[in-house]
Structure formats: C-alpha cells, structure tokens
Write a protein that binds this ligand. Structure first.
Ligand SMILES: Cc1cc2nc3c(=O)[nH]c(=O)nc-3n(C[C@H](O)[C@H](O)[C@H](O)COP(=O)(O)OP(=O)(O)OC[C@H]3O[C@@H](n4cnc5c(N)ncnc54)[C@H](O)[C@@H]3O)c2cc1C
Length: 379
C-alpha cells in the first residue's frame, strides 16, 4: 500500500525571529488594507508592500545572490509565505514571479533573461503572470493554439490567452505557445517570456461577479517578440510547464485562502462559544493542522531534491476542499445576518462568492485525482 510519509520540517536559523520580522513589516503597512482583501490575499495587490518585502529580503529568498536572491532555504521561504497568508497580507503583485516565473528562469532561462528580470523581481518591482489557459485549453492544456512563428526579425505571435491573473499589473507573461506549425498536443510547444508592453498585445479585463478585476484576456495580433525571449529549449515547452506547475501545487496558499474567516469567527464568538461552534472551530483547526503537516512535509521533500508530485496533488485537492468548505460550514453554524457589516459577515459574503474558484486555479479536482491515480499506479 502507498503511504504519505511525513517528513520533518526543520528550517535552519532563528525561525521565531523570521516570523516576527514578517509580522513587524505587516504591522507597518496594514492600516489601509481592506478587510476583504485579507481573505484570498494572494490575489490582492499593494505595490508598496511588495517593494517593502523585497527590500527586507523576503522575496526571492532561495534564489542565487548574483540575481538578487538571498540563498536561504525553501523552508524559510515557506515560513514567510505562511505568515503572510495567515495575516492576510496582499501578496498578489509579486506572487507569481516569486513562486514560479523566477524559479523557472533560474532553471531554464538564458543569462540575459536572468539579468533582465530576476533582480527586479527580487526587489518586488517586476511582476509576472502565467500565460497558459486559452478559450479551448484549460484542463486540457495540450490543446494550446496560440502560435509563434520564427522569422529573421523575431517570433510572430498570434492567438489568445484567458483567465490570466494580474496581467494588467504585470510586466511580462511566461507564455506557452505552439512554435512548430502543424504540431499537436504535447509536441511543438515552447515558452516565451513576453514583455506585455509589446505592440500587437492587447490586455482586456474580465470583471468577476464580485466586481473585482483580477482576470484578463490577452490578445496577440502579429506581435513581434524578440528571438531571445525563448525560455529553455524550442519544443520543450510541455516538460517545462509541467515543472512550472509543480511549483504551485502544495504551498500554504492551497489551504489558507479562507483563513481570515476562521480568525474572524474565533474573535466573534469569544472565549466561551456555544458547544456546536466550539466543535466546528475544533474540527476546522484539526483539519488545518493536518493539512499544514502534509504541506510542510511536501515542502521538505522538495527541499531535499525529491519530486513529490502525488503528495503535492493530494495537498492541493484536500487543501482546496477545506478552504472551500470553511465558508459554507461557518454560514451553516453561525446566525450571521449577511446584510450587516460585522467583520464576520463581510468576510463570509466575500468568501462564499470567491471560494468556488479555489479548486479551478492550478488544476481542478478531477485533474488532480487523475494525477494521484496515475502516481499510485491505478491508471
Ligand atoms: C482564480 C483563477 C485564477 C486563474 N489564473 C490563471 C492564470 O493566471 N493563468 C492561466 O493560464 N490560467 C488561469 N486560470 C485558469 C485555470 O487554469 C483553468 O480554469 C483551469 O485549468 C480549468 O480550465 P477551464 O476553466 O477551461 O475548465 P475545463 O477544463 O473546461 O473544465 C471544466 C470541467 O470539466 C472537468 N474536466 C476537464 N477535463 C477532464 C477530464 N479529463 N476528466 C474529468 N473531468 C474533466 C474539470 O475538472 C471541470 O470541472 C485561473 C482560474 C481561476 C479560477
């Protein structure tokens, strides 16, 4: 039988001091943050805060020093992320660059690409977005149709991306394109690091049902992208994207998106809650603790150079289920008037609308369970 062995999570150094550093920085910036932005906060933006994190050495923590990084461990980075998310700090601007675009460039990028993007990302000044999904390519990402034709002047890019988080606030998009004409599925794909101010690129907002502008469509109409924007090897895009997605599956952002509501519930009911509420808080806390152990263990495996694909998919699937259930469980247990303006009801309303999306971003449950089944040798 396959088991999920829990690996000890032992970051080096003074971890309480690191946590305090994050808390102090948040305390200096939080006065103007909206209550709702504290939930699902890795989708909230505050440029001054992103830059302050960069200045404090809390971005690019495990990147090489020569590119503006700090050569700390992935586990110290995990501690910082966990603190930021638990405190509801707006992390959206620098999030993608710090989590996946920067690491992908370190692994596959040219020296010129590293010099161009990484130091600014490490300072919290250059932001990136993920150009994968298209109108007919979501779960089935291998159906990507956006094309890039090689010409002596550069890549001619045509097509459309959709659901691109934060594209309107980003400088560049790591974009999956079809570089081999007539190719199908996983073959003939490549990644281009595309500067979004290039002529021929139009970014259109998609405003969601909460009125938030987070998503975008990106249209490419004969956009001429320099040949040296190719990341890694031409035709190796699928393999590179799989590596990119592995970086985004098992972190604390996969179970803490509704955490602000749990904190608001505990604050609202006080030290002597009714038995059914005490039971709910106990249940949620126990689940949270278990998910945290699994997530930290997966981080420890990544840090040790292992490739915990199945564990990461399990953490994301269970974590998303928890953070989606949390608002519904609170709604069922608490007699909250959704029209009043208490912290609890404001966060509840916000999360009831936001949380259905949690299990779509980064892979749906059906896709994750397919990965888990494959990893367990069941298909
Ligand atoms: C909050 C959020 C942020 C996002 N940010 C980005 C971003 O920054 N960049 C980006 O490129 N994309 C982004 N996306 C898009 C996201 O990656 C896609 O929504 C996701 O891949 C699902 O694709 P789809 O929406 O086309 O749904 P579909 O793929 O059409 O899926 C519809 C339903 O069918 C099911 N399904 C599909 N295939 C199978 C199968 N083989 N077996 C069983 N069931 C299946 C799915 O599980 C789902 O329930 C974001 C999405 C969300 C919700």
């Amino acid at each position: 039988m396959q088991i999920f062995p829990i690996r000890p999570f032992n970051p080096p150094g003074d971890i309480p001091a690191l946590r305090q550093q994050v808390r102090d920085l948040v305390a200096q910036h939080e006065s103007h943050w909206q209550l709702e932005s504290r939930a699902n906060c890795w989708f909230s933006f505050d440029e001054a805060f992103s830059k302050a994190l960069g200045k404090a050495g809390l971005l690019a923590m495990n990147w090489p020093k020569e590119y503006g990084g700090h050569e700390r461990t992935m586990l110290e980075r995990y501690v910082v992320l966990e603190e930021l998310l638990a405190l509801g700090a707006p992390a959206g601007l620098h999030w993608i660059a710090d989590r996946q675009t920067g690491p992908l460039l370190i692994r596959y990028g040219t020296e010129a690409q590293k010099q161009k993007y990484l130091p600014g990302m490490a300072r919290g000044e250059i932001y990136a977005c993920i150009g994968l999904s298209e109108p007919n390519a979501g779960s089935d990402l291998a159906s990507v149709r956006t094309s890039a034709r090689k010409t002596p002047e550069g890549w001619r890019v045509n097509g459309q991306k959709v659901w691109t988080s934060g594209a309107h606030r980003s400088h560049a998009a790591l974009t999956l394109v079809r570089t081999e004409e007539g190719s199908e599925r996983h073959a003939g794909l490549s990644q281009l690091m595309i500067d979004l101010d290039t002529p021929g690129i139009t970014i259109r907002p998609i405003v969601d049902m909460t009125g938030s502008h987070h998503f975008n469509e990106i249209f490419f109409e004969d956009a001429l992208i320099p040949l040296d924007a190719l990341v890694g090897t031409e035709g190796n895009g699928w393999k590179q994207v799989v590596a990119e997605l592995a970086l985004e599956r098992s972190g604390p952002e996969r179970y803490l998106s509704s955490h602000a509501l749990l904190v608001a519930l505990i604050d609202a009911v006080g030290p002597e809650p009714a038995p059914d509420i005490a039971q709910l808080i106990g249940r949620l806390t126990a689940e949270l603790w278990t998910l945290r152990q699994m997530s930290m263990s997966t981080a420890a495996k990544l840090d040790a150079g292992e490739d915990p694909v199945v564990e990461a998919a399990i953490v994301k699937d269970l974590g998303n289920a928890y953070e989606q259930a949390l608002p519904r469980l609170v709604q069922a247990a608490v007699d909250a008037d959704l029209a009043d303006r208490t912290d609890l009801s404001r966060l509840l309303v916000w999360l009831l609308v936001q949380s259905p999306s949690y299990s779509l971003r980064g892979g749906t449950p059906e896709v994750l369970r397919g990965i888990i089944a494959k990893g367990l040798g069941l298909r």
